[in-house]
Design a protein around this ligand. Structure first.
Ligand SMILES: C[S@@+](CC[C@H](N)C(=O)[O-])C[C@H]1O[C@@H](n2cnc3c(N)ncnc32)[C@H](O)[C@@H]1O
Length: 222
């Protein structure tokens, strides 16, 4: 069953998404929203690794609200390597003036509060592998957009994908087959998923890939 591309976030959520600090273009956001809307029909939580300031979380939250499920978003809120001072994606406004280290939690909380979506999101503040190690529920969607090194992306895949229910959707951001376009860690995770034989590719929208976990029937058919 193909992902339905027609669902559009509520207009106020779309405005909040466009106003929020973050890294996801609108086109990819709409593809994420479509995947989240479909995955919510499984009646299971939608999981995001990589909250940052909540831009993509808004879309998961809106889809979760519409589908009567919860979105869970995991981040230590200290920023990825490329977001640290002196690196390409650093934003000085994300540094806590008191501690001198990055803290995106206040901006995230503001984003979610102003969009009226707090009741639909559980924010987990911590390291993704540690959070995954204490998680024990099936998930309808796993969205990987955390650390972009091989170690981080691979740990995110290994930690969360085992919880993805059959028929659930795996979404990976920043998949660049050509190294000239960006780092290769998310691409390698995407290849790992396909090579596992456990997933079918559903949509490709710029650097956003949506894969569906095969069910027992699909696997039996080969
Ligand atoms: C690319 S940003 C996420 C962007 C966000 N999804 C958006 O669309 O705006 C990556 C985030 O992953 C977080 N992160 C990196 N490694 C992590 C880890 N091991 N555990 C938890 N969060 C991590 C960083 O703190 C950063 O906020």
């Amino acid at each position: 069953m193909p992902v339905d591309h027609s669902p559009i976030p509520a207009p106020d959520v779309l405005s909040a998404f466009e106003a929020a600090k973050g890294f996801m273009p609108l086109n990819e956001g709409l593809a994420l929203y479509a995947a989240a809307t479909e995955a919510a029909r499984l009646g299971l939580p939608l999981l995001e690794v990589g909250t940052y300031c909540g831009r993509s979380t808004l879309l998961l939250a809106d889809a979760a609200r519409a589908g009567g499920v919860l979105a869970v978003t995991v981040d230590h809120h200290r920023g990825s390597e490329e977001q640290q001072p002196g690196w390409e994606y650093h934003d000085p406004a994300t540094v806590d003036p008191r501690t001198g280290v990055m803290d995106t939690l206040p901006a995230f909380r503001r984003t979610l509060y102003e969009a009226g979506l707090e009741d639909h999101v559980i924010a987990v503040v911590g390291r993704s592998p540690q959070a995954a190690s204490v998680w024990a529920r099936p998930l309808g969607l796993v969205f990987i957009d955390g650390g972009h090194t091989d170690a981080h992306a691979s740990a995110d895949y290994g930690g969360w994908v085992p919880h993805l229910a059959p028929g659930g959707l795996l979404v990976i951001h920043d998949v660049f087959p050509d190294p000239a376009d960006g780092g290769q860690a998310p691409y390698r995770v995407y290849l790992r998923a396909l090579e596992s034989g456990a997933f079918t590719e559903i949509t490709v929208t710029d650097s956003l890939r949506v894969l569906r976990r095969k069910g027992a029937d699909d696997l039996a058919r080969g």
